[in-house]
Design a protein around this ligand. Structure first.
Ligand code: UD1
Ligand code: CA
Length: 458
């Protein structure tokens, strides 16, 4: 099979974004526009991906360091889409086929592109077109009376009757690399914009008797480019709607599909219920029957079966065991690991902390750099004093210990198995197994106490 090369055009300035960030680095669904295009290309098993960059190229390149499958080519001056393709061609082998994509057309799907690539492998030119109620701004597809594609005319070069054509050029095409090379070499810039138009290769293909196969995309938003932030927002909404539909198809209940955002990858088990205004970032996995209350943010987290997360929680870099109960208003920070059946209540913050089976931390607590056994009860207002101003230290609480409310555990410290800490204690030395540790100033009581009185001003 002829190998596939993909050229991604991304040299345009993106002035209408009014941004210091290169356009293709703006985020859609939490990932750069260019990442979406690259993933469509990788879905086609492209052998080579050449990104033609211009404006802000160094920033774009540095975002993708380590992606060895991408080749970068600079187009110093933006002389048109044909000129941009010409910059990439020297890197490509004549034996294969080439697909042209756009760094600012993020929602294109591999499934839409596959038939184009197959067509190019049969020595035809495949062109993706779109039917539009308002085609203004697009190049128009000019067909013969028999319906065969003849050429593309750019809007600025079109006659009034050509402007009435409703079939627009998406810009996406696939063809043999050798042919593309010979046609691109023939392009001139004698047109209204003084640019080398890639679109002119269509007429050259027709001239050379190469058949031009048009494919019409079903969903216009799939080929819509991002030129400004309004279009970015429009595509974001469409993308999120699709994520929501995928979630529902895989067995999740969304109380409002318009109020859930997936900015990364979310895998859900069966009978998951997600309330409104929940945001997922990075890679998140939800087990079966997980329930998530309103206004939660989950980032890079693994949530076990039957976990219930009440409203207003932020959970990041955490692993939560089956049947755990979290929130409302809990903050689980990176390297939090909760075993099965753990309860975390309101205004509890955890970081780098393991909590064992069935332990409860129900109110107003900070646990950092801690190792907590099973069956432990951590009372309200408990703080692990893990930081001495220079270093972090560890707190260990063994199985079945009971930490009274408002205790400070000054790390490094170990609370032994079954030990009890009296409320209000500040514990800075290890507590033996099974003992009671109570550190509290003795009470002083004076009967009929007279408070001092302020002398009256004269
Ligand atoms: C282009 C097509 C038009 C099509 C439209 C779809 C041409 C001549 N016209 O028009 O038929 O309907 O896209 O949106 O191809 N780019 C470069 N280098 C350049 C010029 C452009 O990399 O020198 C990149 C841009 O970054 C952008 C893409 O190519 O991603 C399209 O460029 P743009 O200027 O938006 O083309 P249009 O004039 O809209
Ligand atoms: Ca455009």
């Amino acid at each position: 099979m002829q190998q596939l090369s993909v050229i991604i055009l991304a040299a345009g300035q993106g002035k209408r974004m009014v941004s210091d960030l290169p356009k293709v680095l703006h985020l859609l669904g939490g990932r750069p526009l260019l990442t979406h295009v690259l993933s469509a290309a990788s879905g086609l098993e492209a052998a080579i991906c050449v990104v033609v960059y211009g404006h802000g190229g160094e920033t774009v390149k540095s975002t993708f360091v380590g992606e060895s499958s991408i080749l970068w080519v600079e187009q110093a001056e933006q002389l048109g889409t044909g000129h941009a393709v010409a910059q990439a061609l020297p890197l490509l082998d004549d034996a294969g086929v080439t697909l042209v994509l756009y760094g600012d057309v993020p929602l294109i799907q591999s499934e839409t592109l596959r038939p184009l690539v197959d067509t190019a492998r049969q020595n035809q030119l495949a062109l993706l077109t779109v039917q539009l109620a308002d085609p203004s701004g697009y190049g128009r597809i000019v067909r013969s009376d028999q319906g065969r594609v003849q050429r593309i005319v750019e809007e600025k070069d079109a006659t009034p009757s050509e402007r009435c054509l409703s079939e627009g050029n998406t810009g996406i095409l696939a063809v043999s690399t050798a042919k593309l090379r010979s046609w691109v070499a023939e392009l001139t810039n004698e047109n209204a914009q003084g640019e080398y138009y890639l679109t002119d290769v269509i007429a050259l293909a027709v001239r050379d008797g190469v058949s031009v196969q048009p494919f019409t995309v079903v969903e216009p938003l799939e080929v819509q480019g991002v030129n400004d932030r309004r279009q970015l927002a429009e595509l974001e909404r469409y993308y999120q709607q699709q994520q929501a539909e995928n979630l529902m198809r895989s067995g999740a209940t969304l109380l409002d599909p318009n109020r859930v955002d997936v900015r990364g990858i979310l895998r859900t088990g069966k009978d998951v219920v997600i309330d409104v205004n929940v945001v997922f970032e990075g890679t998140v996995r939800l087990g079966d029957r997980v329930k998530i209350g309103p206004f939660c943010v989950l980032k890079d987290a693994v949530i076990g079966d039957d976990v219930e997360i009440l409203s207003h929680c932020r959970i990041e870099g955490a692993e939560i065991g089956p049947g755990a109960h979290i929130g409302p208003f809990a903050r689980l920070r990176p390297e939090t690991r909760l075993a099965a059946g753990v309860h975390i209540g309101n205004f509890v913050e955890t970081k780098k902390t393991d909590i064992g089976y069935g332990s409860k931390v129900n109110h107003l607590t900070y646990l950092g750099d801690a190792e907590i056994g099973s069956g432990v009860n951590v009372g309200a207002g408990t703080i692990t004093c893990n930081y001495d101003g220079a270093n972090k230290h560890k707190t260990i609480i063994e199985d079945d210990a009971f930490i009274g409310s408002n205790s400070s555990l000054v790390a490094p410290v170990r609370i032994g198995q079954g030990a009890t800490i009296g409320a209000g204690s500040s514990v800075s030395r290890d507590v033996p197994d099974g003992s009671l540790c109570l550190i509290r100033a003795p009470r002083k009581e004076v009967a009929n106490w007279q408070r001092p009185v302020k002398p009256k001003k004269p």
